[in-house]
Design a protein around this ligand. Structure first.
Ligand SMILES: [Zn+2]
Ligand SMILES: [Zn+2]
Length: 53
């Protein structure tokens, strides 16, 4: 398994507190690290380019 990376900052999701959810547009998995979640940085889906909070 490849290491998951944060969709927002491209950092590895080694720390706890990372979150994963499905893109509402294309259902591909979007991952966000603890830091980006705390700062409410918007994610951008790599497949379809959807942006969301
Ligand atoms: Zn991040
Ligand atoms: Zn998508």
């Amino acid at each position: 398994m490849a290491t998951d990376r944060c969709t927002s900052c491209n950092g590895t999701l080694a720390e706890t507190g990372a979150t994963q959810f499905k893109c509402p547009e294309c259902s591909s998995v979007v991952s966000r690290c603890y830091r980006c979640r705390e700062q409410s940085i918007a994610y951008e889906c790599r497949k379809c380019g959807f942006r969301g909070p």
